[in-house]
Design a protein around this ligand. Structure first.
Ligand code: C2G
Length: 142
């Protein structure tokens, strides 16, 4: 017979994902929804403007705006900064993360995390990207 404490304490399954998340679109929303569905609490590590420069990405929205937009999304429970490529192990340990999730354009790139948590790569949403959004708008509005 489990005592009442055991019955009440369901371990919180924590999920983490990383990205720039600029000009939020359905590809991002589909990723965030599926990531959250694998646990109870979703942390998003959003790339800082400085880190984006390392990724050769020039986000339209600032880090502060991209962070605030993510915090407004119902699937997201916490947003932290992504400053470097090599903070993932520290993040997983510091936040007690159980599962790491990324789109499958990153398949295999983060398998080293399997020593620390589950690693899941999810199919990307076809036909949508921040780059496509920017190109379409430039074409339409010149
Ligand atoms: N994504 C997706 N479908 C799309 C576009 C993006 O599933 N059509 C996913 C990506 O696979 C990624 C997440 O949405 O998991 C965020 O995408 P980006 O903002 O482009 O992130 P990226 O620049 O790939 O940064 O350390 C990891 C990097 O910070 C990842």
């Amino acid at each position: 017979m489990k005592n009442i404490t055991q019955l009440k304490t369901k371990a919180l399954r924590k999920v983490i994902t990383y990205g720039t998340f600029d000009l939020i679109h359905m590809g991002h929303i589909n990723l965030l929804r599926r990531a959250k569905s694998r646990g109870d609490y979703l942390i998003v590590a959003v790339s800082t403007d400085e880190f984006n420069r390392l990724k050769h990405k020039d986000a339209y929205y600032s880090f502060e705006d991209r962070k605030a937009i993510l915090e407004a999304i119902e699937y997201v429970d916490e947003v932290i900064p992504e400053n470097t490529w090599n903070q993932k192990i520290k993040d997983v340990e510091a936040h007690g993360v159980d599962i790491f999730v990324m789109g499958d354009d990153w398949k295999g790139e983060f398998d080293f995390l399997k020593d620390y948590c589950d690693v899941v790569y999810l199919p990307r949403t076809q036909g949508v990207s921040t780059t496509k959004t920017r190109e379409d708008l430039a074409q339409k509005h010149g």
